[in-house]
Design a protein around this ligand. Sequence first.
Ligand SMILES: Nc1ncnc2c1ncn2[C@@H]1O[C@H](COP(=O)(O)OP(=O)(O)OP(=O)(O)O)[C@@H](O)[C@H]1O
Ligand SMILES: [Mg+2]
Length: 327
Amino acid sequence: MLKENELREQLKREIIGQDKAIDAMVRAVMVANLGICDPQRPLGTFLFLGPTGTGKSQIGRSLAQIIHGNDSGLIVINCTEFKNPHDVSKLTGAPPGYIGHDHPPFLTPEKLEKKATIVIFEELEKADRALNDLLLQVLERGEMKTGLGTDLSFKNCFIILTSNVCAKEVDQISRNALIGFNPPAEKFEDLDQDAADERIQSVCIGAVEDFFSPEFINRIDEIVTFNRLKDEHLMAILDKFLLETRSRLATAGIATIISEPAKRLLIRKGTNLRYGARPLRRAVREYLEYPLATLVAEKGISQNHVVHVEAEETCLSFNFAKLAAAS
Ligand SMILES: Nc1ncnc2c1ncn2[C@@H]1O[C@H](COP(=O)(O)OP(=O)(O)OP(=O)(O)O)[C@@H](O)[C@H]1O
Ligand SMILES: [Mg+2]
């Protein structure tokens, strides 16, 4: 079993700049490990809000990796699939004679029985209220009634709800904070970056209070608004992405050395502070991984090579050298 500090450090290595959310998850895991949670409820329930591409979903995926060592303890439910009231039967099954009764339900007791299963409901606000009603049962008593009248237990699960309920307003504040844009109806021009973050936080909480019922909100253990990612966070996230790329190449026998100017080019190409880390991920693919993979295939390079990655004006260049065979 992981110690509190180890779990926090591992999560911090994976998720950059979101310490509030990490602390909330660590608290919940520690309480669950001690076995002192309410036995009639899930192990922990979280609602994650805030700007796009900042780690709301990734933190759940990373926690599952850390706890289980693979994806076997992770269930991701995309709430856009439940736009109509009858869609929820896809999740839990429909009674005989109803639409969908011949399809196996997505959630089954077996899928949820593993201790510390992490269930992520993505973009909760996109689902019909029927899903909220089912989730309210889960938050209240740790179980939901299936279409077949049986109870599906979530008492071994951590539940993460993510929502982009006020995505437009959040994006507007981010934009204003970045370019000093000043729409006529609102005056954000004096906001510094911290004030913009506080404004995002209060807009998110306000939107959640308008959107979800008080009894729903009241039963969630932790509501966290994620921070916008700033330059220093993107630098650290780039290092993490590059580590992943390099370790994939290393398994193919190719060592990679990436110069500082090359990193700066990737940051320049991949920074769009409105969209979090996704543009950076795309820049790594477009400027590093695709061209490098193409060259490796064209030149037939396999084991025992090193590639030096340098920056040109608008792209990266790659120089391969064969490593001397070990004597
Ligand atoms: N804080 C972060 N630390 C490390 N990586 C991050 C962070 N934020 C985002 N990423 C990277 O960006 C990708 C997108 O992040 P994620 O899926 O968590 O976004 P999100 O906040 O859920 O956005 P959305 O609201 O659009 O669903 C992830 O795969 C991850 O690699
Ligand atoms: Mg997400």
